[in-house]
Design a protein around this ligand. Structure first.
Ligand SMILES: [Zn+2]
Length: 285
C-alpha cells in the first residue's frame, strides 16, 4: 500500500527560511484603514504615525507616543506600580482589566513621568486609547494628580496628551471623583506660575473634557479630533434638534475659542519645544 506521505514534499531548510521571511514581511506590513494603501509599518511610523499616502492618523499607544515625542532616553516613568482595583465588584470589570492589561502590556491607561522635548525638561502624561478606551479610573486620576504635584514641587511645566472615552463607569463615583482631584492639582500648579500645555487627540470626551483636558494654559488639538462632553447622538436626542456640521471636531472648537491652535502631528514636537522654551525664558526673567 502506498502511503499518502509519499507525495508530500519533503521539508527542507530553505522552505522553513522562506516561511520565516514571509512571516516577517507580514508582521512589517501595514494597511491604512482610510484609503487601504499598503505600506510597511516602518514607513508609517517614520511619517509620524500617519498614512504615507492619504495622511490619515494612526492611533498611537501611550508608550509609542512617549517614544515618538520625547528625546531619546529622557523619559523617567513615575508611579508605574499603581494598579487598578475593582472596588465596586462591577460585573465583568475584573476580566476587562485583565484583558486590557494583557493586550497593552500596561497596568493602566496613562503613562506619567519626566522627560525632555527638544532639550526642554517637562513633566509628561500620555493617555492610552487602547486601555479600556482611555477611560479615567481612580489610578489614571491619581497618576495625573501626582504628576502635577511633582511638577509643582520641582517647578516643571506639564505637557499632557489626552485621549479618552471619559470617566470609567466600572469605577462609578471613584472615577467621577478624579475630575475634582485632578482639577485641584492643575489649579495649584497654575497658581505656582507654571505652564500646562495640553494636546487633545481623537477622541477626548466625557469626564476628561470636563476636567484636566480643558484646563490647559495652552490648549492644542490634533486635526479632526472629536472633542466633547456627551456624544452627538445623546445631545440630539436630549435637545431634539439637529447639530451643525463638524460639531465637536477640533476645527469647530477652534472657531468657537475652546482650542487655541490645531497642530498637525508632524509639527507637534517643534511647537511644544517652542512653547516650553518661551515659558522657561519668561520664568527666568
Ligand atoms: Zn491612507
Amino acid at each position: 500500500m502506498i502511503s499518502k506521505d509519499l507525495f508530500k514534499k519533503p521539508n527542507n531548510r530553505l522552505e522553513g527560511e522562506q516561511d520565516a521571511a514571509k512571516a516577517a514581511r507580514q508582521a512589517a506590513a501595514w494597511q491604512c484603514a482610510e484609503c487601504k494603501a499598503n505600506a510597511t509599518r516602518d514607513a508609517m511610523t517614520a511619517n509620524d504615525y500617519a498614512c504615507p499616502r492619504c495622511g490619515a492618523y494612526v492611533s498611537m499607544t501611550a508608550r509609542q507616543r512617549v517614544q515618538w515625542l520625547t528625546d531619546e532616553g529622557s523619559f523617567r516613568e513615575m508611579d508605574a506600580e499603581l494598579l487598578p482595583v475593582d472596588r465596586l465588584r462591577f460585573p465583568e470589570y475584573a476580566a476587562k482589566l485583565e484583558k486590557a492589561q494583557k493586550e497593552t502590556g500596561e497596568p493602566e491607561g496613562v503613562l506619567t513621568g519626566t522627560a525632555a522635548i527638544g532639550g526642554e525638561p517637562c513633566a509628561l502624561f500620555v493617555m492610552n486609547p487602547m486601555f479600556i478606551m482611555g477611560s479615567m479610573g481612580a489610578v489614571v486620576g491619581e497618576k495625573i494628580t501626582r504628576l502635577f504635584e511633582c511638577a509643582t514641587k520641582r517647578r516643571l511645566p506639564v505637557v499632557g496628551y489626552t485621549v479618552s472615552g471619559g470617566a470609567r463607569i466600572q469605577e462609578g463615583m471613584f472615577s467621577l471623583m478624579q475630575m475634582a482631584k485632578t482639577s485641584g492639582a492643575v489649579l495649584r500648579h497654575g497658581e505656582a506660575g507654571l505652564l500646562y500645555v495640553v494636546v487633545l487627540t481623537h477622541p477626548t470626551t466625557g469626564g476628561v473634557v470636563a476636567s484636566f483636558a480643558m484646563e490647559g494654559d495652552v490648549i492644542l488639538a490634533e486635526p479632526k479630533a472629536l472633542i466633547g462632553f456627551a456624544g452627538p447622538r445623546v445631545i440630539e436626542q436630549t435637545m431634539r434638534q439637529k447639530l451643525p456640521a463638524g460639531f465637536q471636531r477640533a476645527e469647530f472648537l477652534l472657531d468657537k475659542g475652546f482650542v487655541d491652535r490645531i497642530v498637525p502631528r508632524k509639527d507637534q514636537k517643534q511647537e511644544l519645544r517652542l512653547l516650553l522654551t518661551m515659558h522657561r525664558r519668561e520664568a527666568n526673567r
